[in-house]
Design a protein around this ligand. Structure first.
Ligand SMILES: Nc1ncnc2c1ncn2[C@@H]1O[C@H](COP(=O)(O)OP(=O)(O)OP(=O)(O)O)[C@@H](O)[C@H]1O
Length: 383
């Protein structure tokens, strides 16, 4: 395809789409693996489909290692994919460097978690932004044009007056200001899509909201499609229109953010929400709710030999026998349009046949795992 031809997309139009996206990383082989016919791989991402729409934020939520960053890097075309497709304006794209990659990143920009690592400490803000503007052909005409473009970028990310920041080095800025510079550098490409990989998780809590508000403002003013990657499901409710939950490389639930966060359907999403920091519940001692939740309900599975069936079944308090053998497809939850869960609890036939004790109301995550789970978890751990 020709990446440079672009017509303005109508509101809500799908700009970038992942279809059945899959990434398996090869694992370094040990002697006994050499005898095996199937080389070991890390199943980092399996069959992920996401549509990023103009003027909308889609949150990708999950605990550490669930594959969120790999999805972002695949969408940024930094990794070749194992299977599936990436479509920009409906057209399949596969770029591997060169002018096609440059044309792609002009449309799709990645913002990383750590703004200090992503900005070169020996260069000023002016250098970083000028480089981005020049590479993407947005530096204007002559020195005046460049100054105007630089001032425009800094104003857009609320670093004003621009002359106060242009000649600053990264270490002279606060974490929030550095992330704003990283966002301005991404905007230098005049992109349609921002892939924001945990954009506020390294920032002080007090300034996170400001950066999220900035991204929201940019989404509205520039009609950007934003993928917001986070392990903090509470911020997804605040910031994202749509939320997709990942567990162990697979999507397990999706829908509008209000529904997914207020009426979570998948037992894993419930666990995530119940594990989220809650000022009422935190009694000191660190207060990392997610970590506490993970400790209380087992560990994520091996991605080299992920569990058969639903990958969450060894940790799931509501698992039925079928969950250990059959992969659940996305099923409608029927409480809001577009709300789905990849969980057999939402298949009436399975529930009728297997009669889980808690079929009426999918299990609360705080209930202890039953014996079957404990056995399955043991089997998994022993692999
Ligand atoms: N280059 C790589 N080679 C091998 N395995 C990898 C590679 N990158 C990621 N992985 C593995 O893929 C899985 C998913 O990792 P990924 O970083 O995408 O998860 P994540 O949800 O973004 O986690 P985090 O929030 O900690 O960044 C993990 O098991 C990780 O160890």
């Amino acid at each position: 395809m020709t990446l440079t031809e672009s017509a303005p997309a109508p509101a809500d139009e799908v700009v970038l789409e992942a279809v059945g996206l899959t990434k398996h990383f090869p694992v370094r082989r040990r002697l006994r693996d050499l005898l095996s016919r199937t080389p070991a791989v890390v199943h980092a991402v399996d069959d992920v489909s996401i549509a990023l729409r103009r003027g909308r934020v889609t949150a990708l939520v999950g605990e550490s290692g669930s594959g969120k960053s790999t999805v972002a890097r695949l969408l940024a075309q930094l990794y070749p994919r194992t299977a599936g497709d990436i479509r920009l304006h409906g057209r399949s794209t596969r770029v591997r460097g060169g002018h096609r990659f440059r044309a792609y990143v002009r449309r799709v920009q990645l913002i990383l978690q750590d703004p200090f690592a992503s900005l070169n400490p020996v260069h000023t803000v002016r250098y970083h932004l000028t480089r981005s503007l020049r590479i993407h052909g947005n530096a204007g005409t002559g020195p005046d044009g460049l100054e105007k473009a630089l001032a425009g970028l800094l104003t857009r990310v609320a670093l004003t007056p621009p002359e106060r920041y242009l000649d600053a080095f990264p270490h002279e800025l606060s974490g929030g200001q550095r992330q704003r510079v990283a966002i301005a550098r991404a905007l230098g490409a005049d992109p349609e899509v921002l892939l924001a990989d945990e954009p506020v998780s390294m920032l002080d809590v007090s300034i996170r909201l400001g950066v999220l508000n900035l991204l929201q403002d940019l989404k509205d003013r520039l009609d950007l499609a934003i993928l917001y990657i986070t392990h903090d499901i509470a911020s997804a409710r605040y910031f994202a229109d749509e939320t997709i939950v990942m567990y162990a490389g697979r999507m397990v639930e999706g829908g509008d953010s209000e529904t997914v966060t207020q009426r979570p359907a998948h037992p894993y999403t419930r666990l995530l929400i119940e594990s989220a920091p809650d000022p009422e519940r935190i009694t000191g001692a660190g207060g990392d709710g997610a970590a506490a939740g993970e400790r209380g309900h087992g560990e994520p599975p091996s991605l080299i030999r992920p569990p058969a069936g639903c990958r969450f079944h060894p940790r799931c308090p509501a698992a039925m026998p079928r969950c250990a053998t059959d992969l659940p497809p996305p099923m409608p939850v029927d409480d809001a349009p577009g709300h789905w869960a990849a969980c057999w609890l939402y298949d009436a036939d399975t529930v009728a046949t297997e009669k889980p004790a808690n079929a009426e109301k999918p299990a609360k995550a705080e209930k202890p795992a039953n014996t079957e789970h404990a056995e399955q978890a043991g089997t998994e751990a022993g692999r």
